[in-house]
Design a protein around this ligand. Structure first.
Ligand SMILES: *[C@@H]1O[C@H](CO)[C@@H](O)[C@H](O)[C@H]1NC(C)=O
Ligand SMILES: *[C@@H]1O[C@H](CO)[C@@H](O)[C@H](O)[C@H]1NC(C)=O
Length: 299
């Protein structure tokens, strides 16, 4: 019993040979030097690999963009989608115009628009020659002061084309769209592409009312325009996004109150494909809540 215990003790520390766990100080030191230089080497290798990767990866655009990227496949050419604001919850596409509120400044939709314009259309922290601010000359009711028309029941919705690096929209329309495009009664000219919104179903078409499209320099009742001078998007500059995407305000002038209206806004261009699954358009719902006029716009 006693000898077993002393064996155990010797295994840990052998006082005769001056060894700790089978190694003396010299061999322990050798081992320590080996492992520390090994892990140092490993760390160095790891850092070198990261440095090489960082060096060959572009910092201002994605590694693969436009035709090189997987956005382009044989069956679907590159074509941008669209986005709209306000959208306080990215999973929902309802815009609830609450006319029963007495404090528009705390309305989530108005707050969302304020925030969006501040973040994406404010001045950049560092000044740069590459920076070109996008400004709508006369936004009418679509300003923070006028609560984007929410308080008067004529809400403004911001619509824009999603960014694709190096994508250049070609004014005009696709062959399949020729008839629809001509029926719009608006040609934004050779330097711009058209944006058009409409009610999704027959009942939505009844409830949607008139719209005013407030574009960069124009006001139109049939369609908005995005000037091609804002394209293509070239990526960031020194990792800062100085780009301000052009947008169009769509003001709904006499939306039927207390009815859910499904709206589709789409783009027209020679190289923008419209497909009901995801390309070339955006879809949102509008609900104008007004307690005092249940049947304001009875047909
Ligand atoms: C609309 O505004 C009223 C008054 O501020 C508020 O009580 C109500 O919850 C709002 N409705 C929605 C859906 O936000
Ligand atoms: C509702 O609609 C009427 C008529 O358009 C308008 O006069 C009123 O200000 C609106 N707002 C509320 C809270 O009912």
């Amino acid at each position: 019993m006693n000898s077993q215990l002393s064996d155990l003790r010797d295994a840990f520390y052998d006082s005769k040979r001056r060894e700790v766990m089978g190694r003396d100080g010299y061999r322990w030191a050798k081992l320590a030097i080996f492992y520390s230089s090994f892990s140092l080497g490993l760390t160095g290798f790891f850092c070198a690999m990261i440095a090489v990767l960082m060096f060959i990866t572009p910092q201002d655009i994605p590694r693969y963009s436009s035709a090189d990227s997987c956005m382009e496949t044989r069956s679907s050419p590159i074509s941008p989608g669209m986005g709209f604001r306000p959208q306080p919850n990215v999973l929902e596409n309802l815009i609830y115009v609450n006319q029963t509120t007495d404090n528009y400044d705390s309305d989530p939709y108005i707050k969302n628009l304020n925030q969006y314009l501040q973040v994406y259309y404010g001045k950049p922290k560092k000044s740069s020659a590459a920076f070109r601010p996008f400004i709508i000359q006369s936004p009418h009711d679509c300003t923070p002061e006028k609560h984007y028309g929410f308080s008067t029941g004529r809400p403004c919705v911001l619509v824009k084309m999603n960014k694709i690096v190096d994508f250049m929209p070609k004014p005009g329309c696709q062959e399949d769209d020729q008839a629809a495009y001509e029926k719009l009664g608006c040609q934004p000219g050779p330097d711009a592409i058209a944006v058009h919104c409409y009610g999704e179903s027959a009942s939505d078409i009844d409830s949607i009312g008139d719209m005013t499209y407030i574009s960069e320099n124009t006001l139109h009742n049939q369609c908005g325009s995005l000037a091609t001078k804002w394209f293509p998007y070239k990526g960031k500059v020194n990792r800062q996004d100085l780009y301000q995407a052009p947008y169009v305000w769509i003001q709904f002038n006499n939306l039927q109150p207390n009815v859910l209206v499904h709206v589709i806004c789409r783009l027209y261009a020679q190289n923008i494909y419209f497909d009901k699954k995801s390309l070339g358009f955006t879809r949102f719902k509008l609900f104008l809540k007004n307690s005092s006029s249940r049947q304001n716009h009875a047909p």
